[in-house]
Design a protein around this ligand. Structure first.
Ligand code: PEP
Length: 252
């Protein structure tokens, strides 16, 4: 059976002290009441990583970053490499979030380079992609998603694919309050799993976690996660409220 995952993306929120307090309280909850079938991941800003790694060391909650540099090391002022992220104790890194794609012009080729560096550094990558509103309205969303996967991810050899978590995040649903219907999510997730199967075979497709992201909250999580190809969620806004985040984990 493939893994169910709920990953919280804190984005650029919380001071160091606030973040550590929040992580402590989430970790304590899942130590007392384990998340059952779901793997819980906190994807924090870089500054929180070492402190949160220490807090979650019992292993009930995993840790990830939200981005990594596109180079391995060297004179790249202000950047943080995948290797540096790994050295904090984190296990995951988000690659290709729509905010990175749109505000920082990250394209599929660059994201592919980051993904390779992340895996070479011993991290697992949560690879994000999805269409914008105009593409959905024009009916080109399947074509867009296929291109993002072909160029960003499908250059990897099959042996590396067990270190990948796929996150379908329709851009029109991120932080907007608009959510894909469970049927829209299932339709796209099924299509994505089909693409993975075509490229890497049935075993790989069957084990690949495919997360949904986009205004997922306690009121819609259970219905979204009830779909057979939706293996959990990447949660933005609702991951900043402990009760909401826990309710979403429990919906899995
Ligand atoms: C995200 O940032 O990945 C996300 C899905 O955000 P939100 O849940 O706020 O839409």
């Amino acid at each position: 059976m493939r893994k169910k995952i709920v990953a919280g993306n804190w984005k650029m929120n919380m001071s160091l002290e606030e973040g550590l307090r929040f992580a402590r309280s989430v970790d304590q909850y899942f130590r007392e009441k384990p998340a059952g079938k779901a793997e819980v991941i906190l994807c924090t800003p870089f500054i929180h990583l070492p402190g949160v790694a220490e807090i979650v060391k019992s292993g009930k909650v995993a840790l990830g970053a939200q981005n990594c540099a596109s180079e391995a090391s060297g004179a790249y002022t202000g950047e943080v490499s995948a290797f540096m992220i790994k050295s904090t104790g984190a296990q995951y890194v988000i690659i290709g979030h729509s905010e990175r794609r749109s505000y920082y012009n990250e394209n599929d080729k660059l994201l592919n380079k980051k993904t390779v560096l992340a895996l070479n550094s011993g991290l697992k990558a949560i690879f994000c992609f999805g269409e914008v509103k105009e593409e959905r309205e024009a009916g080109t969303h399947f074509i867009i998603v296929k291109r993002q996967l072909d160029e960003g991810l499908f250059t990897l050899p099959v042996e590396e694919m067990n270190k990948i978590v796929i996150a379908y995040e329709p851009v029109w649903a991120i932080g907007t309050g608009l959510t894909a219907t469970p049927e829209q999510a299932q339709e796209m997730h099924q299509y994505i799993r089909g693409l993975v199967k075509e490229k890497y075979g049935n075993d790989c497709a069957k084990q690949m976690p495919i997360l949904y992201g986009g205004s997922c909250k306690p009121s819609n999580a259970a219905e979204l996660f009830s779909k057979p190809d939706v293996d959990g969620g990447l949660i933005g806004g609702a991951s900043l409220k402990k009760e909401d985040f826990i309710a979403i984990v429990e919906a899995v």
